[in-house]
Write a protein that binds this ligand. Structure first.
Ligand code: IVH
Length: 368
């Protein structure tokens, strides 16, 4: 491939990612699935790996989330809010453990891991001072977020005061704001603006200047970690989370421990099979090295900690019949063929339309 063509392709993918980032992080909406978005990131990463001397000025792969909006007061997180690397299969998990071993100068050492569902919502940082809730901040770009303290004070599950006689002077509690699938459906039924999915509904409900709107939305919260604190509550992640629970902070009822990659993989299969029993959307599981001293040593690389990984669920697939193909005209005049399908249930959602992306794709797959 010639240099000019590579540059052009990279630029096109880069623009697409920027476009979808803006929709997702700033406008609380989306036009493509998470799996398709991940594919774009993978494509860009591949270009970067294969042609490092040509793809030089692309930093989007190391960026976390979006830029905090000027509509909100900005706040610098006491400690940075990181993102997670993804694993798609057992090999990726083995590789994750191998990298930990390499970093620690060990070989084939086994570690204890915590397990939690990866909730598909939006990240929140809660700052408690002497046990009193002081601020609620969105993740923003990981360093600076948006102050949503008044908004989150309408979420019943978030305690204003921690139930402990000896609270730390300061602690950051991190977690996910989300909406249950059923609440999302009734919200969309009664609301004029239709959200594409529960995640968009949660983000669009939290990031409101009028707190009364947030108050009217069925937002929930589950903690999945902690940042800076002047007090070490326990020596393990699992026990610290259980202390937070005693203090009144909701944690995942599925929080568990595992002693090996095989055990993690087995639990992943079980939870994937029964994921419809969980009332909110999850898109995988998150595993964390349980020992906090080890976490501290492992630290992070780029935008992700070395001690944690998200084990994603494979996108569910199903087979159905194409009834007809319509051509949709977008706002910019772009034409997109859309297949009208015999409705089929995919992971609890009735699907009756599917975008066919473009004409090349149709002829490549010989769709008629
Ligand atoms: S751990 C440094 N645990 O996923 C550790 N994150 O892709 C980062 N998320 O920003 C967070 N469920 O908003 C963690 N059980 C879980 C999670 C979780 C959802 C979100 C979180 C994070 C994003 C990273």
């Amino acid at each position: 491939m010639d240099t000019l063509k590579i540059k052009k392709d990279v630029e096109a993918i880069h623009e697409k990612i920027k476009y979808h980032n803006n929709l997702y992080y700033n406008l609380d909406t989306s036009e493509i699935s998470d799996a398709d978005y991940d594919l774009l990131l993978k494509k860009l990463q591949k270009f970067k790996d294969e042609y490092p001397s040509i793809v030089t000025d692309i930093s989007i792969l190391n960026e976390i989330g979006g830029q905090p909006s000027n509509q909100f007061t900005k706040f610098t997180h006491p400690s940075r809010m990181l993102s997670l690397d993804n694993a798609m299969n057992r090999d990726d998990l083995l590789n994750f453990e191998k990298k930990i071993n390499n970093f620690l100068g060990e070989k084939n050492k086994k570690f204890e891991y915590s397990i939690e569902p990866k909730i598909d919502g939006l990240s929140l940082n809660l700052i408690y001072e002497n046990g009193i809730l002081k601020e609620g901040i969105t993740r923003g770009n990981g360093e600076v977020g948006e102050v949503v303290t008044d908004n989150i004070s309408t979420i019943k599950e978030i305690p204003k005061k921690l139930k402990t006689k000896m609270p730390p002077n300061m602690i950051e509690v991190r977690g996910e704001v989300f909406i249950d699938r059923e609440d999302f459906l009734s919200l969309n039924a009664k609301n004029e603006t239709k959200f594409a999915n529960p995640r968009n509904a949660a983000a669009g409900s939290l990031r409101q200047l009028d707190v009364r709107i947030t108050e009217s939305r069925p937002l929930k919260f589950i903690a999945h970690g902690f940042g800076l604190s002047d007090q070490q509550i326990n020596t393990t992640y699992y026990e610290t989370m259980n202390s937070l629970k005693k203090w009144g902070i909701p944690i995942s009822p599925k929080l568990a421990l595992a002693q090996s990659i095989d055990e993690l993989d087995k639990i992943h299969k079980d939870i994937f099979k029964n994921r419809n029993d969980i009332p909110y959307d999850i898109d995988g599981l998150v595993y964390k090295v349980n020992d906090l001293k080890l976490q501290n040593r492992l630290s992070y690389v780029g935008k992700s900690p070395r001690w944690a990984i998200a084990h994603k669920f494979a996108a569910e697939t199903a087979v159905t019949e194409i009834k007809k193909i319509d051509i949709q005209v977008g706002r910019t005049g772009a034409l997109t063929p859309v297949a009208r399908l015999k409705p089929i249930n995919v992971g609890g959602v009735l699907v009756s339309n599917a975008t066919l992306h473009n004409f090349d794709e149709i002829s490549k797959k010989d769709i008629r």
